[in-house]
Design a protein around this ligand. Sequence first.
Ligand code: NAD
Ligand code: DAU
Length: 351
Amino acid sequence: MIIVTGGAGFIGSNFVLDWLAKHDEPVLTLDKLTYAGNLDNLRSLEGDARHTFVHGDIGDRELVARLLAEHRPRVIINFAAESHVDRSILGPGEFIQTNVVGTFNLLEAVRAYWSGLPDAERGAFRFLHVSTDEVYGSLEAGDAPFAETHQYQPNSPYSASKAASDHLVRAYLHTYGVPVLTTNCSNNYGPYHFPEKLIPLIILNALNGKPLPIYGDGLNIRDWLYVGDHCAAIRRVVEAGVVGETYNVGGWNEKTNIDVVRAICGILDELKPRADGRPYAEQITFVKDRPGHDRRYAIDARKLERELGWRPAETFDTGIRKTVQWYLDHPEWIANVTSGAYREWVTQQYG
Ligand code: NAD
Ligand code: DAU
């Protein structure tokens, strides 16, 4: 069986659902259920004997040790993290606690478990750490996309905490021999994306007749990847990745933020026109920039393609259309995630 940490969040839940749609190998999801963790995402697995949910913290070494001893996973995939850059700017403490200290405690429990395994199981075991392209810092226009060899230059408390966790993971291979793999992925989008992040926030604000907030001049660039493609990449790295290697994951879809927002507005104009017949783009509003806002991210995913044969199945156009449609089809999910605590965040961040 495999253990997935952070499996009630956006990417983790997509991963668990996709895994069980493709394999019969059981999954144990360990998740602290922070504001970003949502059991609704895994609702379709209720009663499925292949899935077990455990409410807990990756930093709880005793709990993790108990789960490892009891379930004897062959793979652990670590998605658990605090993941929103704006929250890390307002309050970095939780990011250090989960992303750095939590990952450290998880690694300690994994090291103890792995070193006690019989030879064959020890050789086959893998710990995959899910990380981000943000650890590489910011690119200027015309710079080559981030390759795996790019220097780490994190600029936000979030990316610095993820960089620290990547370094710890690397050290556990080099010092103790724990068989680790790391993936560094670009911006994901798709179903179950919590609406504090750009794409779901814009879809929901548009539908609710609210301003569509664009930080700064709207010309910051992100490299977008449909979440299902990220999950496929992780499955491939688990299956065939070389221990100790890092793999960059990206969709070759660099877009300015303003272009992303205009694309969403255009799809909504088509699928769910405004009652007054005016275009959604009229709701676009430029707001104060994010402090230290990285200008451009772009991923060079050629290593993953060359060595493991992974390629994204979705283009930005197909993926964003599916995503907008998913939000239109899931008003109940939206209503549940946008209750109390979410409203407080929106007021704090946007006034
Ligand atoms: P998310 O915020 O939607 O989900 C994080 C999940 O982790 C939540 O379910 C939360 O409850 C859980 N969690 C938080 N702290 C925990 C703890 N201490 N113990 C156990 N569970 C805990 O995040 P996401 O967007 O799904 O990102 C998942 C991972 O992928 C993160 O490590 C993130 O850094 C990385 N990543 C995200 C993106 C992206 O675009 N979203 C891109 C590249 C990499
Ligand atoms: O690159 C991978 C990273 O992508 C992940 O590691 C992070 O977990 C994930 O949150 C994401 O980080 P970003 O900061 O790039 O994503 P976000 O959706 O917050 O913002 C995308 C861009 O849109 C960024 O340039 C900031 C801008 N933005 C964001 C919000 C929320 C706006 O202009 N307005 C907004 O209201």
